[in-house]
Design a protein around this ligand. Structure first.
Ligand code: ADP
Ligand code: MG
Length: 694
């Protein structure tokens, strides 16, 4: 057993198979795990509080004499007991009680209670407090520490968790438990954090004078130290993943540049400086004999697709296949159309692979991919399902990757592997990720940023309007469409149900059609058949529809340059990143564009703030930063569901201020203390993240 191995919880007294199974529910396997299972909050049972000083909402220990106990019969039978301690009186109220309880609370007996003081019918009261009889002549001790309240699971009570953590802490102090501080003292000193032992002991058993509010906000140095260590460990594990992928083999894609030149020459515009720069970064990576892992961030409309096409052409020039994957069929289709339109003149056929293909068509496409006659495939995740074989896949391009999540990304890499070689990976996202967050959450990737929009775009003018002024908005849509412009009307729902969303969009479309009989109104939602969706989008793109009513399915990527008005209903329900994506559907041509954020009042303070951000800025990075502030990284990264960085203690939002330091320390550790780095990863990330095996 090496020094980092912690004994199993079953080594503690009283832990049999049943208790061990319950602890397992909480992710607690070892004694170390138990020590990293931190309290949610604390109770102060370290002193007896005079009743007269209690304020409503206080949770406290009181002690006094029972002045009166009676059963009241009303709508509900209850036991009421009046307690006095000389400083004041208070009522105990029980809805469930036994004869024994009634006896212990007999008039004249002395009791100690713990509970929350609430305003009652006469003065303060405690409902169902904990209580026990005490003896005045032999005073009962109070607790020496604040009482921890742990996150728990069914069948596992607080006293049991307290007992176990007490044992573990005892072991720690006896030196029986080698909870080794893997942060080198030199590093720790600079950061001003307590040692690991101090931090853990403090958090499980804080002294009576501990700053409760600081602890409640999880900003105490002891908490920050552990959060920091965890963030550091995750950063290290992603860095290590990156280093490992540097050791993997990939086909070096040396293209002769001919296809790329012809492609660029045929484009109706020159590349922006940012597109050129990022394109060159990718081209260089692709020539390496190691798999590229590059994330391209570029705001909505910054022209990522062209950059992706260049990369795909480089693979084709070098004799390899490229696969382009998007999260939705709609988006995949749009890529397919773009690629097909761009590459057909170069004599390159592009294949389309999605879930709903007919058997025969599917078989033909699979054949082409397997025998190598098809060089480029575009599709949804169907590209990587069972039965899809590539002949010589050199590059995988993933668009809007925040929908995929790190596990899927790594799984894809595994699936693309053949003959011991991995394909290169290019990941594109329109959700700008603040730099510090990217350094931690995407520490396994190299990042490129397209930080320039193609010229000639006019910023989208954004207004925020209550839905009580819906008529005015409808009138505005009318006049815009009459003037030859096109508009989107996006319906949102709180529920993530496609059926309900489709229904809402249908209803809205019907209402708008009644109000605006002279407009051509289209409807698109996730419930439509593929070909119907396609037809509606094509009609809109070609100007045969004036107003497109849609669900948020059009959120990402859809490109119709003539559309210049975007109405978003119930905008307060959406995250800023999503609003930014939606708004990015307009302002793509040269006409001045408008976005109307309609909200259903009254707005919360936060809601008002968020919509104000949308009105005031068009910068995706600024919006992402605010989104992080106002909603949390789960939304920004889209990983709440996919579980990137399964953090036990740290919180990417709350602990943002630690991210930069965690990243810096990760570099330092890898350079100077690789051994410790490995131990930290093992402690915090451990077996939970066996990437690539998912
Ligand atoms: P996104 O980065 O949001 O995926 P797209 O690749 O869809 O953006 O590009 C948005 C629009 O800008 C498309 O119509 C595309 O043809 C156009 N575009 C891309 N690059 C340029 C450029 N350098 N100059 C002008 N228009 C461009
Ligand atoms: Mg795009």
């Amino acid at each position: 057993m090496d020094a980092n191995d912690s004994p199993p919880v079953t080594a503690l007294k009283g832990v049999g198979p049943r208790l061990a199974a319950r602890l397992e529910h909480l992710g607690i396997h070892t004694v170390d795990d138990l020590l990293f299972h931190l309290p949610l909050r604390y109770q102060d049972r370290t002193r007896v509080v005079p009743i007269g000083t209690l304020r409503p909402g206080d949770e406290a220990v009181i002690e006094g004499e029972v002045l009166l106990t009676e059963i009241k019969f009303g709508k509900r039978r209850m036991l009421l007991s009046r307690i006095g301690d000389g400083s004041g009186t208070l009522t105990l109220r029980f809805f469930h009680f036994s004869a024994t309880m009634q006896q212990s609370l007999a008039r004249g007996s002395r009791v100690r209670c713990y509970g929350e003081a609430r305003p009652g019918t006469v003065g303060l009261e405690m409902v169902h407090p904990e209580f026990r009889r005490v003896d005045e002549t032999a005073p009962t001790a109070v607790e020496e520490h604040l009482t921890p309240i742990y996150p728990t699971t069914e069948g596992l009570q607080q006293p049991s968790l307290r007992n176990l953590t007490s044992q573990a802490l005892q072991w720690l102090h006896d030196g029986r438990l080698p909870l080794i501080d893997h942060l080198p003292p030199e590093l720790l000193r600079g950061l001003g954090f307590p040692s690991l032992q101090e931090a853990v002991t403090y958090l499980h058993r804080p002294p009576p004078d501990a700053p409760l509010s600081l602890l409640a906000e999880v900003r105490h140095p002891a908490q920050r130290r552990l959060a920091f260590e965890e963030l550091l460990a995750h950063t290290l594990s992603l860095r290590r993943l990156r280093a490992q992928s540097q050791r993997h083999k990939a086909p070096p894609l040396h293209g002769d540049g001919v296809l790329r030149e012809r492609f660029l020459a045929a484009l109706p515009f020159p590349l922006t400086g940012a597109q050129q720069r990022v394109g060159a970064e990718i081209a260089r990576d692709l020539q390496q004999p190691h798999p590229m892992q590059r994330l391209v961030q570029g705001d909505v409309g910054s022209g990522k697709t062209v950059v992706a096409a260049l990369a795909a052409l480089q693979a084709v020039e070098a004799g390899y296949q490229a696969a382009v994957m998007a999260p939705t069929e709609l988006l995949a289709e749009q890529h397919f159309h773009n690629f097909a339109r761009w590459l057909a003149p170069l004599g390159i056929e592009v294949a389309w692979l999605a879930g709903k293909l007919k058997t025969k068509a599917r078989r033909d496409i699979l054949q082409g991919l397997a025998d190598g006659s098809t060089r480029i495939a575009v599709g949804t995740h169907a590209l990587f399902q069972e039965g899809v074989e590539f002949h010589d896949l050199g590059l995988v391009i993933i668009d809007e990757q925040h929908r995929f999540g790190v596990h899927q990304r790594l799984a894809l890499r595994e699936k693309g592997k053949s003959g011991g070689r991995y394909p290169h990976q290019l990941i594109m996202t329109a959700t700008p990720i603040p730099r510090t967050l990217a350094m931690t959450a995407y520490a396994d990737l190299d990042c490129s940023i397209i930080d320039e929009l193609p010229p000639g775009r006019t910023p989208v003018e954004t207004v925020v309007i209550p839905d009580s002024r819906r008529d005015a908005v409808v009138a505005r849509v009318h006049s815009a469409c009459r003037a030859g412009r096109q508009a989107y009307w996006v319906c949102t729902l709180i529920e993530e149900s496609e059926t309900l969303a489709a229904q809402a969009a249908q209803d809205t479309a019907a209402l708008l059609a009644a109000a605006l009989p002279d407009l051509r109104i289209g409807l698109v939602h996730g419930r439509l058949r593929q070909d119907e969706k396609e037809r509606v989008m094509a009609d809109f793109k070609d100007g045969r529809i004036d107003l497109l009513v849609a669900t948020t399915v059009i959120e990402v990527g859809v490109d119709v340059p003539n559309a210049s008005l975007m109405i978003i209903e119930n905008a307060e329900r959406l995250g800023l990143a999503q609003l930014h994506q939606l708004r990015g559907r307009v302002g793509r041509g040269s006409t001045e564009s408008h976005c109307v954020l309609m909200y259903h009042g009254p707005l919360s303070l936060q809601g008002r703030e968020r919509l104000a951000v949308m009105r005031e800025t068009a910068d995706g990075f600024e919006i992402a930063r605010k989104d992080l502030e106002l909603r949390g990284p789960g939304e920004v990264l889209g990983t709440r569901q996919t579980g990137l960085l399964q953090l036990r203690i740290a919180d990417l939002q709350r602990d943002q201020s630690l991210l930069a330091e965690a990243s810096r320390s990760a570099d330092l550790l890898l350079q100077r203390w690789p051994q410790q780095a490995a131990l930290l990863i093992r402690r915090w990330v451990g077996a939970a993240t066996r990437y690539g095996e998912v």
